[in-house]
Design a binder for this molecule. Structure first.
Ligand code: CIR
Length: 255
């Protein structure tokens, strides 16, 4: 099935990004932009048409477009990001998505970051984190229930988003960090744990049957390949300094 991957340019102010669980160090926005461009080429190689949402240089974290919307086959939900500094990022994303999906929105006092939302079949696992509150999760459940989705809240501890801790490899198995999320909370899914020395390695983009992964996690990569997964890698270490991983930099839309 063809995909559109919406992306957004790296802001020159990326170094002023939100940071929660990692120490601030200077970020080279030009190097991050170069990595981002290669990431876009990798998505194209996996069969995506890349469409850039208009740039928002005034929002340091705007490259992390995943957080601004949840796109399902039947509708899209514009989020209300948990970080106040990011709330203004959603408007242009809503405009870009409007030709493709009926739009709904998370309303105050609800908050939700797309990075907390993991879709597997008709189940939507949602992290209860500093970014996504119970009100936001309840709104997501209400908006998606008519289409047969079940929302499963998941406790996450020690990292920013649910998808920092776990992402789907296919419809029955996830890649996860057992320190940050319990596999039991994701039943009935099976899990492959990240290598102990690669705690940030649980984030992988799934495009149909293929995977896009950061090259910083060679041990976990070897495990994935041993299990037969088709994995392409990209360098994403400059973006990682902003606490962003590979899923954060795109919004995938089935067309
Ligand atoms: C933030 O704290 O919001 C950004 N610096 C990183 C967002 C990463 N997004 C994601 O994991 N979906």
């Amino acid at each position: 099935m063809p995909w559109i991957a919406f992306t957004r340019a790296v802001s020159p102010a990326l170094t002023d990004c939100e940071l929660t669980h990692i120490a601030r160090e200077p970020i080279d926005a030009a190097r991050a932009a170069a990595q981002h461009a290669l990431y876009e080429r990798a998505l194209e190689a996996l069969g995506c048409t890349v469409m850039r949402v208009e740039a928002a240089p005034e929002y340091p974290d705007s490259v992390f477009i995943e957080d601004t919307a949840v796109v399902l086959d039947e509708l899209a939900i514009i989020t209300r990001p948990g970080a106040e500094s990011r709330r203004g990022e959603t408007e242009a994303v809503a405009r870009a998505l409007s030709p493709f999906r009926a739009l709904h929105a998370i309303e105050a006092p609800g908050t939700l970051d797309g990075g907390d939302v993991m879709l597997v079949g008709r189940r939507i696992y949602v992290g209860r984190t500093a970014r996504s509150n119970d009100e936001g999760i309840a709104q997501l459940a209400e908006l998606t229930a008519p289409f047969g989705y079940t929302v499963v809240p998941v406790t996450v501890q020690g990292c920013l988003h649910l998808k920092t801790a776990v992402t789907a490899l296919d419809d029955r198995r996830v890649l996860y960090n057992p320190v940050w999320v319990e596999l039991d909370a994701l039943a009935p899914l099976e899990g492959i744990a990240v290598d102990r020395d690669e705690p940030m390695g649980a984030n992988v983009v799934r495009v149909g049957g293929r995977l896009l992964y950061a090259e910083a996690f060679p041990h976990t990569l070897a495990v994935l390949r041993r299990h037969g997964y088709d994995v392409t890698t990209v360098a994403a270490d400059e973006l990682a300094k902003a606490e962003g991983a590979v899923t954060c930099c795109s919004l995938l839309v089935h067309t």
